[in-house]
Write a protein that binds this ligand. Sequence first.
Ligand code: RIB
Length: 281
Amino acid sequence: MPSIAVIGSVNLDIVAKAAKLPAPGETITDAELHSFPGGKGANQALAAQRLGADVTLVARVGDDASAATALALLQHGGVDLSNCRPVPGKTTGTALIAVAPSGENQIVVAPGANRSLMPDDFDVPNTDALICQLEVPVDTVAWVARNYSGFFCVNLAPAMRIDAAVLQRADLIVVNETESEWYGATLAACSGILATTRGAGTATLVRGGEILAEATPPAVEAVDTTGAGDTFTAALTVALVEGMQPGDALRFACAAGSLATTKMGAQTSLPTREEVNACGE
Ligand code: RIB
């Protein structure tokens, strides 16, 4: 069982399942309203725990009523939340999400307390692997990259400017197609493995310009793609740290990501290890 630390965001996702996604300036009515625990950090933490890792989450929430709801599934799932603290006077991160019948989504995040996770404000955990994303301050991610010595994964989501030293330090970088285009040639600074997802299309692992593995996610009936990238990131990290070969690790991550699209919600749809192993059998 690998030990994994996730340094990242916790959000409450307010989700409207609608007949279509709105165009700019358009109002869509008759949506179904849901709220789910979310946030890229929290989703990745619970995804890794469900896949068999022993996970600790370092995060900040507000001192409001949303915090308990946002943390409920992590707590129930056994993720160590001793480094997940409320910040006085701040609100818990909130994501407003519209989901179309195809499962496609649009997301706007109000980060709230996630912006209060500052460098030097916590001890960098001593684990087999550590995962960061970019919903917490990039200076914190850069500080973690400098001070952590195990297998370091950074999911460059949402896309934003980041110190090149983070890309050079990362053993694994995960981007989707949109992020890959946004970063462009900057990703050449990556000396570890670069994983690129392309929705239902072929995902790749590349190192030093050489393709290590390619895999197409198993076909599923998608109802909500929220959290699929987080599940892929967590699964790929778990698999590589366990010592799986790149091709097997990528197939495992693609299966986990696909399964996460088959139910509504980010954390409510995270697959177990058994479900991933059985996928495509
Ligand atoms: O990656 C999906 C997540 O992005 C959602 O859970 C939402 O909270 C946003 O952070």
